[in-house]
Design a protein around this ligand. Structure first.
Ligand SMILES: [Zn+2]
Length: 415
């Protein structure tokens, strides 16, 4: 393919300087960011973003949950926009790239098109989704979830932070509530550039991850019940010790995670014995199980194996084992046309690449429910993220932004 646009590249220095400049908003002493959703620091970066997008010729609107949409018109007013999004909020001890790269690469894309005098057929909208992290208001990906119909707007507005401040009050305090409904019209396509937040791409020495989907997650609460008794007077043969059952089950969880190497994951993150006394056999043990699998039916298979083993352990040790589902996020398979646009692009631009399944949740998970979507990953140093030490090189950021630019242009040309 050769067109006036095919040799176009984003301005790496300009992209890096926007990443550096905006990292002043919520900067921490250790070089990271604390920019909780709807905080004053979030307001500062939002004001910067709105001004920069308007200076680049975009019109910017906020929806009722404060998500920002910076729009550059296309040549065909009948077409829905191609949306490019991520988030500008961070974890309390977050890094300078998680989410931010995806939004600022969108701005850089528009500046690059402006410089080249190129206008796409579709309008382009850069989206900053409110409260992606979930660090201040749970759950995560709240505004993109409302956009896709997973939650309603009132549910989002009534979430409260640790101090009891509601999402609605925090949003009003920074003045970023707009009139438009948060459940918006679906875009023609959605592309999200993000750091990988894991070590796979860096380990493999590749420049770009073509994200084909997002793995499913299931959270279970497990309660193992036995009988409390005196540690010094109860013969071993007469005990119904829930901790011994829970320990066996925890080992099973690890085995289940290893059952499909490179595919399945399972974790016990919380393990608590009650009443918690050194000379008493516990009455109950509670543990959490986090299961991850990218394929259809995978989470059910892992949970099924857990339940079969739990039943055997319960009967062996005379215990009751209750397993309750807390939350499931089904696996996501991204749109073949959008993933195809990314594949074509990395090959044509000559970047080393591999397919990858996202281990973390992103706004694209929800947006993919209402629009064709895909993601692009870049490596980050040591795979470290949700950490003030999060880092990447200017070349890695530029590679991701160039792939984003050309994937958008490829989709614009075809659809
Ligand atoms: Zn993120």
């Amino acid at each position: 393919m050769s067109s006036p646009a095919s040799n176009l590249r984003i301005d790496s220095d300009r992209l890096w300087s926007t990443l550096t400049e905006t990292a002043a908003f919520g900067a921490t002493a250790k070089g990271g960011l604390c920019r909780l959703a709807l905080s004053e620091e979030d307001a500062q970066v939002r004001r910067w973003f709105v001004a920069a997008c308007e200076a680049a010729g975009c019109t910017v609107r906020a929806d009722e949950l404060g998500s920002l949409y910076a729009r550059r018109e296309g040549t065909d007013p009948t077409l829905a926009p191609i949306a490019i999004g991520s988030h500008l909020d961070t974890q309390p001890t977050g890094g300078r790239f998680d989410g931010i790269l995806g939004v600022l690469a969108g701005l850089e894309l528009i500046r690059t098109l402006n410089d080249a005098g190129l206008v796409t057929r579709h309008p382009i909208e850069i989206v900053d989704w409110t409260n992606e992290e979930g660090a201040r208001f749970a759950p995560a990906m709240l505004a993109s979830g409302v956009f896709a119909g997973a939650f309603d707007a009132d549910y989002a507005r009534t979430r409260t932070d640790r101090d009891g401040v509601s999402f609605a009050d925090a949003l009003n305090a920074i003045g970023f509530a707009g009139p438009a409904p948060a459940r918006g019209a679906p875009p023609a396509a959605y592309f999200e550039l993000h750091i990988e937040q894991g070590p796979v791409l860096e380990d493999a020495g590749v420049e770009i991850g073509v994200v084909t989907g997002v793995q499913g997650v299931r959270w279970l609460d497990v309660t193992v019940s036995g009988q409390a008794c005196h540690a010094g007077t109860t013969p071993m043969a007469l005990r119904r010790d829930p901790l011994q059952g829970a320990a066996r089950l925890a080992a099973v969880v690890d085995t289940i995670g290893r059952s499909e190497p490179g595919v399945s994951l399972s974790t016990v993150g919380v393990f608590e014995a009650f009443p918690g006394s050194r000379n008493t056999v516990p009455e109950t043990v509670r543990m959490t199980v986090d299961l991850r699998h990218p394929g259809p039916g995978g989470l059910d298979r892992l949970e099924g194996a857990l339940r079969v083993n739990a039943a055997a352990i319960a009967s062996d040790l005379g215990l009751d084992i209750d397993i309750a589902e807390v939350w499931t996020s089904p696996p996501v398979v991204f749109d073949p046309a959008c993933v195809g646009a990314v594949h074509q692009t990395v090959a044509r631009l000559g970047f080393t690449h591999q397919d990858i399944i996202s281990g973390a949740g992103h706004d694209a998970v929800y947006v993919s429910r209402v629009a064709p979507a895909a993601m692009i990953f870049t490596p980050c140093e040591g795979g470290i993220s949700h950490n003030e030490a999060e880092n990447m090189t200017p070349a890695q950021a530029a590679a991701g932004a160039d792939v984003l630019l050309h994937a958008v242009l490829a989709f614009d040309a075809l659809s």
